[in-house]
Design a protein around this ligand. Structure first.
Ligand SMILES: Nc1ncnc2c1ncn2[C@@H]1O[C@H](COP(=O)(O)OP(=O)(O)OP(=O)(O)O)[C@@H](O)[C@H]1O
Ligand SMILES: [Mg+2]
Length: 249
């Protein structure tokens, strides 16, 4: 569904990354890891059509991505919600600009389902000023999912959250993923999170950065797997740590 070929970008004289090639099949979660400043956010912004690469292209379902569209949902660490709308209406806004044309009943049913899976049903009438950081992030994720994007890009979306909320959101991502056909790319500094959520982990490193290593994880994803890694996930985690330590990253 997503193909990336020969991407490179520089800011001024500084080449941030070059020769980035990878593809994502439908129903795949890819985690991108790498040191701070290596270019992870920049890569996501190019994939989302927010900034232009100097070389190469990004194709989503065989169409070149040239500008942002509702086909690609983006959730940043700094969650964005509309302060003047309650939780339910924030989520419904996602649908308004989304890919599907839903009637009022369908939109209501879908919102209900999202509120339920994000554990927000009892808070649906609250306004953002009345919510915690974790709740706000759940609203932001639900609003993005409400637009039914083909591809979901998550940039350190759980960074500021406590462990319990983080795991709740992992489970939400897993549940949504199992329900839909969305591909997901998640950027995270948390290696444990990367190996427990993803089918594939990509390590960006070097100056300019490139894809230094890639791991495939074949075990099926389960809820709460962050707390109990499989042997395979554990092995990959150790290899990633070693690569970071060896200065590969
Ligand atoms: N608009 C810009 N203009 C100039 N330089 C930029 C711009 N955006 C990013 N950079 C530079 O590009 C490099 C990569 O930045 P990016 O935000 O992609 O890193 P990152 O891997 O996401 O880091 P972190 O893990 O800290 O979020 C950094 O050196 C940054 O200073
Ligand atoms: Mg970043």
């Amino acid at each position: 569904m997503l193909q990336i070929s020969n991407l490179s970008i520089r800011f001024g004289e500084k080449v941030i990354f070059e020769s980035i090639d990878f593809s994502l099949t439908q129903k795949e979660i890819v985690a991108i890891v790498g040191k701070s400043g290596v270019g992870k956010t920049t890569l996501l912004k190019i994939i989302a059509g927010l900034i232009k690469a100097n070389t190469g292209w990004v194709k989503l379902n065989n169409e070149v991505v040239e500008r942002p569209s509702s086909k690609i949902g983006l959730v940043f660490q700094e969650y964005f919600v509309f302060p003047w709308l309650n939780v339910e209406r924030n989520i419904m806004t996602g649908m308004k600009y989304g890919q599907e044309k839903l009637n009022k009943d369908e939109a209501g049913a879908k919102t209900h389902k999202l509120l339920q899976s994000a554990d927000l049903l009892t808070d649906k009438d609250k306004y953002p000023s009345e919510l915690s950081g974790g709740m706000l992030q759940r609203v932001a994720i639900c609003r993005t999912l409400a637009a039914n994007p083909s591809l979901l890009l998550l940039d350190e979306p759980f960074g500021a959250l406590d462990l319990v909320t983080r795991i709740k959101l992992h489970n939400l991502i897993n549940d949504i993923f199992n329900l839909t056909q969305q591909g997901i790319i998640i950027v995270t500094h948390n290696i444990n999170e990367a190996v427990s959520l993803a089918d594939r982990v990509i390590l960006l490193s070097g100056k300019p950065a490139h894809i230094a290593k890639e791991w495939r994880i074949s075990k099926p994803r389960k809820n709460d797997s962050f707390l109990k890694l499989t042997d395979e996930q554990d092995n990959v985690l150790e290899e990633i740590l070693k690569s970071l330590d060896d200065g590969v990253a």
